[in-house]
Design a protein around this ligand. Structure first.
Ligand SMILES: Cc1cc2nc3c(=O)[nH]c(=O)nc-3n(C[C@H](O)[C@H](O)[C@H](O)COP(=O)(O)OP(=O)(O)OC[C@H]3O[C@@H](n4cnc5c(N)ncnc54)[C@H](O)[C@@H]3O)c2cc1C
Length: 488
């Protein structure tokens, strides 16, 4: 394909924007079609009519190991809109706080000093945790695809309280499923790449601006290459070379990339296309897991740290949304049992956790609360579904190219997974190896390699042997991720 040819991208979430940007920056004329009137999909913001506040649909967190998402923000000129912290604050009932932070020790031992000092874990639990981390370091995660992470924890003898106060909140936050339902290989990937491999992998980044503003430059980059973003344009049907809008307008192109969520894709492809492409039959088998984000404003500061994990609570994470600590965002992942609750009941449950863990918050008056329930927040990353996730590339080169967080990326349903598939889809549209656009993982430390951390090549890079060579060493996430050099 030459740069003059045209590509249609269905869906303006993170995966769709990433595909369209990568193509436009190579000079391809790309049209991105999005049904909503703004970009970002599930990672976006809205203006709350009651308060007039610009709120994210939910707090979105990025980690230092999200090399592709960081590259995506760099392309958008938005990398400097993230704020980074290296500490994680774990608050127990009564307010006692333990800070988990990397030390001067090399990965995988970088967290060991603060875990040793952590007061929410007993000596016995710390020993069990060390044993499990050692097993995770050496685990061949391909052997755990058909099992739940709870099976892995049982195999390394983790005590029930340690599972409840440590493993469960981390796995639920990262994979949006409890340990009993979450695919073990996916949870292992989170710990191997997000905690163990590199001392900067678990650095926590959050946007300082409403999420939707991160994408402000997308339109100008895409139009500079002769393309366009069609907002408010609902796709009624699509084929590997055309999109028909609900208005009846037909858009044609040389390639179509779908970044629609599975259930939406199912609605717009024909039975014939599904019959000819076995990847698409999976679209009927995707189950979902909800996330609840609760925006709150108090009359006085209640949270002094940028964020906090509540130990042994219903709410997993709190985020401070202003400098003072009066605006708080509470996140409850795998929030199935919260869905039937009314706004008042949600507020009461969150307040009860807040009062128990931050006792001074009981004096504060809640000025307003705005829960946002995302019933289909992510696909359910179960052992049944993980092996079924479709690939980006069709078997037939003339087929539909797929991207989106549910497509096989080697990552859970995250913005990083979405961008990875978006880049791989852009490369596929140009008939180039994914490795020309997909950014490499953070390199594991030398000690990790010596201790036997298995480096698992990304499923997206299977056809790109050159990408398995060790990447240039990066020690700081402050450095911009390297974008592979690509000529158009
Ligand atoms: C509450 C919540 C919290 C989360 N927290 C985090 C987090 O902290 N960190 C993290 O990395 N990830 C998080 N995620 C996951 C992350 O948001 C998603 O994995 C990612 O945004 C998915 O991007 P996507 O482009 O694959 O899909 P989507 O964002 O769903 O994009 C698909 C787009 O297609 C559009 N579309 C659908 N049908 C049509 C149609 N017929 N015509 C035209 N357009 C259509 C949709 O409107 C949408 O914009 C969270 C998700 C939720 C919901």
């Amino acid at each position: 394909m030459t740069a003059r040819q045209r590509v249609l991208v269905a869906g303006g979430g993170v995966a769709g924007i990433a595909s369209a940007l990568a193509l436009a920056q190579l000079g391809v004329q790309v049209t991105l079609v999005e049904t909503r009137k703004k970009l970002g999909g599930r990672a976006t913001s809205f203006t709350d009519v009651r308060t007039g506040e610009h709120l994210d649909n939910c707090q979105h967190v990025v980690l230092g190991c999200c090399t592709n998402y960081l590259d995506f923000l760099r392309r958008l000129g938005s990398l400097d809109k993230l704020t980074w912290t290296r500490e994680q604050y774990w608050i127990e009932r009564g307010g006692r706080t333990s800070i988990i932070r990397p030390s001067f020790l090399p990965a995988p031992t970088h967290f060991s000093l603060s875990v040793l000092a952590a007061r929410f874990l007993s000596i016995r639990e710390k020993l069990a945790l060390a044993r499990a981390m050692n097993a995770i370091l050496r685990a061949d995660r391909s052997r755990w695809t058909n099992k739940a992470f709870a099976d892995f924890l049982a195999s390394v003898g983790q005590p029930p309280r340690l599972i409840r106060v440590f493993w469960a909140p981390v796995v639920i936050s990262a994979c949006n499923l409890p340990c009993e339902r979450c695919c073990a290989s996916s949870a292992l990937q989170v710990f191997q790449e997000g905690f163990i491999a590199n001392a900067h992998a678990a650095d926590v980044g959050v946007s300082r601006v409403p999420l939707v503003e991160l994408y402000d430059r997308a339109e100008s980059i895409i139009s500079a290459a002769g393309g366009s973003i069609r907002l408010g344009a609902s796709i009624q049907s699509l084929t590997p070379r055309s999109i028909t809008l609900s208005t009846g307008e037909v858009l044609n192109a040389d390639k179509v990339i779908s970044t629609l969520p599975a259930e939406r894709l199912r609605e717009v492809v024909s039975d014939e296309l599904i019959a000819s492409d076995p990847r698409l039959s999976v679209t009927t088998r995707v189950a979902h897991s909800p996330i609840l984000g609760v925006h709150m404003r108090f009359d006085r500061p209640i949270l002094s740290t940028p964020h906090a994990v509540l130990v042994d609570a219903n709410v997993q994470w709190l985020f401070r949304k202003d400098d003072e600590g009066k605006s708080i965002h509470a996140v409850i992942s795998a929030a199935d049992d919260w869905l039937p609750l009314t706004e008042e009941q949600v507020a009461q449950r969150v307040l009860s956790d807040l009062h128990a863990h931050i006792p001074s918050s009981a004096q504060a008056k809640l000025e307003w609360v705005r829960p946002v329930k995302e019933k289909r927040a992510t696909f359910a990353l179960t052992p049944d579904f993980e092996p079924l996730r479709p690939g980006v590339m069709p078997q037939n080169p003339e087929g539909l190219i797929l991207a989106g967080d549910w497509v096989q990326s080697g990552w859970p349903a995250t913005m990083e997974g979405a961008v990875r598939t978006g880049y791989a889809a852009a490369a596929a549209a140009l008939s180039r190896p994914a490795g020309e656009l997909v950014v490499r993982d953070m390199p594991p430390s030398r000690l990790c390699r010596l201790l036997g951390l298995r480096s698992v090549p990304s499923p997206l890079l299977k056809d790109s042997p050159a990408d398995h060579t060790p990447p240039a060493h990066r020690t700081s996430i402050a450095q911009i991720p390297t974008t592979p050099v690509l000529t158009s």
